[in-house]
Design a protein around this ligand. Structure first.
Ligand SMILES: C[S@@+](CC[C@H](N)C(=O)[O-])C[C@H]1O[C@@H](n2cnc3c(N)ncnc32)[C@H](O)[C@@H]1O
Length: 300
């Protein structure tokens, strides 16, 4: 009897069959357009957050002066990396991002300042009508530059964890303000995860970061997760976030030990990536009058 799959899995299987037959259709431009739109908007967010010193606050939370090797997941336009390097300009940084235009922008930023940078591009894109898929290749060289930027999707790249493991143990992992562009819903690599909302997407990437941190951090190493949203300005709200992160960390040896937040303002009068709230627990849909960057630290 023929097996019936859910539509997402069926599209993915069709793609594999079409790939084998060599009948994949011509690329659509949507993914490339969305990557470009996203970085252009995010640059406005980053500029606004930087002007309010959000990134230096985040960087100071992990005491970079005692650290040598950092992994940044989802580097955006590199403004966050700039804050890390301002704290300690000797840091060696590996940064990954699913959006190749973010990596190129970050490389431009640091090359122009004289930092040694390398961008590792290693994904073929495959298309099936409006859907796309990444075909990742293994990475065969160790990072030589101070800043190594790697095209990777934390959710679906099978080579990234073994590669990071081969580099040596990391002192810290940062994952700040994770979010993505609208075409991610058409990415076949992540169909099996059945992600149906922005909040679920963010949670999936962060969960993966907790698991990765367990593998690649030194003992005592720090994972820092920063999200933007309603200010956790009561004990109830703080407990809600801490408990959610303890739950995320529960499948690892990491221990959540710090929550702190910084009040900030969203960009106004600028084209930017809008904040997507995930209302739940004790958080209220209507109480976004006071916004905060909330930093969570977990220790291995
Ligand atoms: C909202 S931006 C934040 C950028 C930077 N961390 C900052 O704070 O300015 C989120 C970044 O994460 C990247 N990203 C989202 N999902 C990802 C994934 N699964 N793997 C790697 N990068 C991802 C996006 O492409 C984007 O550049």
């Amino acid at each position: 009897m023929e097996r019936i799959f859910d539509p997402a899995t069926q599209i993915f299987l069709n793609l594999i069959v079409n790939l084998q037959k060599g009948t994949i259709q011509m690329p659509n431009k949507k993914l490339k357009e969305e990557h470009q739109i996203y970085i252009n908007k995010w640059k406005n967010n980053a500029e606004t957050f930087d002007a309010q010193k959000c990134y230096s606050w985040m960087a100071q939370k992990i005491s970079t002066n005692q650290k040598k090797l950092i992994l940044d997941i989802g580097c955006g336009d590199g403004t966050g990396l700039q804050a890390l390097l301002s704290e300690n300009d000797k840091l060696k940084i590996i940064a990954i991002d699913e959006n190749i235009d973010c990596l190129k922008e970050t490389q431009r930023k640091f090359s122009s300042q004289g930092f040694g940078t390398e961008l590792i591009e290693r994904c073929d894109l495959i298309y099936d009508n409006k859907y796309h898929g990444y075909n990742f290749k293994s990475i065969d060289k160790l990072p030589e530059q101070q800043i190594t930027l790697i095209h990777s999707d934390l959710l679906s790249d099978p080579y990234i964890e073994p590669y990071l493991n081969s580099i040596g143990k990391f002192d810290a992992i940062t994952i700040w303000l994770i979010g993505t562009h609208t075409e991610r819903r058409h990415c076949m690599n992540i169909f099996p995860l059945n992600i149906t909302s922005d909040a679920q997407y963010r949670l999936s990437v962060q969960n993966k970061a907790y698991e990765l941190a367990d593998e690649i951090l030194i003992a005592g190493g720090i994972l820092q997760i920063v999200d933007r949203g309603q200010a956790p300005n009561t004990e109830l709200l703080k407990d809600d976030i801490i408990n959610a992160h303890k739950d995320q960390a529960s499948v690892t040896t990491l221990e959540v030990f710090d929550l702190d937040y910084m009040i900030y303002n969203e960009p106004i009068n600028k084209s930017s990536v809008q904040m997507k709230t995930s209302v739940g627990g004790v958080f209220s849909e209507h109480n976004l009058s006071e916004l905060a960057m909330t930093s969570i630290l977990a220790r291995k």
